[in-house]
Design a protein around this ligand. Structure first.
Ligand code: HEM
Length: 265
């Protein structure tokens, strides 16, 4: 379920990430950073029910935004009101997605720049990274921290005991089968333990670990990691998700309301 939160499109919140590639167009979903996205079938099933009950009214972009919120609620996280009326985009480009999605290897300056290009700030970055309290990742997303191919050293920002554990899971740099939780111990529950892992240098991606290197994001990580400010994090997360859900929204006569989420009308 949590995977819907990951379905952020480079076009903004217009469900372009759900479109299939066609002859002559490689869609976002086939861009390398999106290869691990899953759950498209569930979105299609929800949309089919809506179309049967009330055709041409609820866009795929609204469906995806609601499913993301509900995934968080089902995982015992916060809830927030979702304003509706988004329309679906007609453009989906793998090249654009590859160049605009934040890389797992990113440091705070790079991630902040990518977030800023969507109108999101440093606070949104450290708060929304908290979504990694849910879900799993494939070895290629972090294996470069475990086996440094150039000088034989592992990433010094990663706790060495934790690195040993991860190496047992990802046996080689080419391991594509194994999955690791970003928030081991409670990866199906939306809580603040992600921040406790990051604070102990056990963030899974470089992008998670990087939050400890910037003074502003470090303060937030350490504050939420205490476990005394869970309600504050829940409020912050709701606010940042609402903000992200407004990025690049199409309204009025822009775009369309797709009949099927995987194809243009
Ligand atoms: C700060 C920049 C971010 C980076 C660099 C990043 C990177 C990644 C990577 C590399 C994966 C694992 C892919 C794989 O190996 O299977 C992942 C998973 C995930 N991300 Fe992020 N992410 C970021 C921000 C976000 C945001 C803003 C959200 C939502 C609010 C989010 C939600 C998720 C979720 C829920 C998963 C797990 C999906 C699953 O279990 O299949 N991430 N992210």
């Amino acid at each position: 379920m949590s995977t819907y939160m990951q379905m952020v499109s480079s076009q903004g919140c217009d469900a372009s990430v759900l479109l299939e590639s066609t002859e002559g167009n490689v869609a976002e979903k086939d861009a390398k950073p999106n290869k691990s996205l899953r759950g498209f079938g569930s979105v299609e099933r929800v949309k089919a029910k809506l179309e049967a009950a009330c055709p041409g009214v609820v866009s795929c972009a609204d469906v995806l935004t609601l499913m993301s919120r509900d995934a968080v609620v089902l995982a015992k996280g916060p809830s927030w009101p979702v304003a509706l009326g988004r329309r679906d985009g007609r453009v989906s480009s793998a090249a654009e997605a590859s160049s605009q999605l934040p890389p797992a290897s990113g440091d705070v300056p790079l991630l902040a720049k990518i977030f800023a290009s969507k109108g999101l700030g440093l606070k949104d970055l450290v708060v929304l990274s908290g979504a990694h309290t849910l879900g799993t990742a494939h070895c290629p997303s972090f294996v470069d921290r475990l086996y440094n191919t150039t000088d034989g050293l592992v990433d010094p920002s990663l706790d060495s005991e934790y690195a040993d554990k991860l190496r047992l899971k990802c046996r080689s740099v080419d391991d594509r089968a194994m999955l690791s939780e970003m928030d081991p111990g409670s990866f199906k529950t939306f809580d603040t333990s992600y921040y406790r892992h990051v604070a102990k240098r056990r963030g899974l991606f470089r992008s998670d670990a990087a939050l400890l290197f910037d003074a502003d994001t470090r303060d937030y990580v350490q504050r939420i990691a205490t476990g005394k400010f869970d309600a504050e994090f829940f409020r912050d997360f709701s606010a940042s998700m609402t903000k992200m859900g407004d990025v690049g929204v199409l309204t009025g006569t822009q775009g369309e309301i797709r009949k099927k989420c995987y194809a243009l009308n």
